[in-house]
Design a protein around this ligand. Structure first.
Ligand SMILES: Cc1ncc(C[n+]2csc(CCOP(=O)(O)OP(=O)(O)O)c2C)c(N)n1
Ligand code: SF4
Ligand SMILES: [Mg+2]
Length: 226
């Protein structure tokens, strides 16, 4: 597992651990698992797992994953995305994967920013918060990714945090076990942002704390019995 490319304190490693514990609990054959990611710090997760893996292009992990699942429905396909990857460039793929309710598990690491490329704001950056492309504060409204997934038709939607690791791992386990399009959003930490945009730090922390408390499991179990 070490060394890895992530900054000390980054939530990506915590999410990786949560995913691995969930898979271990399910006792899945690692040769039957395909982990697919796009581009971003979070997407580097696929580089640290001993499954079949595919590190695709920015925003396009879901179409690749859809193709893999269609070609071999026996495979367990897990898609790891960042908030930018999933909700900006990949937003169209996300809503349509949910609408089609394809049997994939999407795990979105929401650090509320474009991490890899230097702190540009994403569709999940809170309104009025700062980013390298929002020096006077983000003027846009924010998606609620979980609500978006539900509205688009996902079978199972949950939100966890990197501060509640056991809960996040159990949410991921349920999502993996669920037929149809399952989504787990994990609210994550981003320490580099806090250092770079120090005036933003307290506000982001307050916002994040409120989300931490709102860690929720949404049960849209359209496929009972699976
Ligand atoms: C088509 C395309 N556009 C832009 C980029 C540059 N790019 C790489 S990663 C990234 C944003 C990543 O943010 P996010 O998905 O939130 O992941 P994080 O790094 O925060 O984990 C961008 C814009 C790219 N690689 N490809
Ligand atoms: S830049 Fe941000 S998202 Fe990327 S590894 Fe560092 S803390 Fe994590
Ligand atoms: Mg991000």
């Amino acid at each position: 597992m070490f060394p890895n490319i992530w900054c000390p304190g980054c939530g990506n490693g915590i999410v990786l651990g949560a995913i691995l514990r969930a898979i271990d609990d399910l006792n899945w054959d690692k040769d039957k698992i395909v982990a697919v990611s796009g581009i971003g710090c979070s997407s580097r997760i696929t580089g640290y797992v001993d499954f079949c893996t595919m590190n695709t292009t920015h925003g396009r992990a879901l179409p690749f994953a859809t193709g893999i699942k269609m070609a071999n429905t026996d495979l367990k396909v897990i898609v790891v995305m960042g908030d930018g990857d999933c909700s900006a460039i990949g937003g169209n793929h996300f809503i349509h994967a949910a609408r089609r309710n394809i049997d994939l598990t999407a795990i979105i690491i929401n650090n509320m920013i474009y991490g890899m490329t230097g702190g540009q704001y994403s569709p999940l950056t809170p309104t009025a918060k700062f980013g390298s492309t929002a020096p006077y504060g983000n003027i846009d409204q924010t998606f609620d990714l979980a609500e978006l997934a539900i509205a688009a038709g996902a079978s199972y939607v949950a939100r966890g945090t990197v501060y509640n690791v056991r809960q996040s791992s159990s949410l991921i386990k349920k999502a993996l076990d669920k037929k149809g399009f399952s989504v787990v959003e994990i609210i994550s930490s981003y320490f580099i942002l806090l250092v770079k945009f120090i005036r933003n730090a307290i506000k982001i922390s307050v916002f994040r704390d409120s989300l931490m408390k709102s860690s929720i499991e949404y049960s849209y179990l359209r496929y009972h019995g699976h």
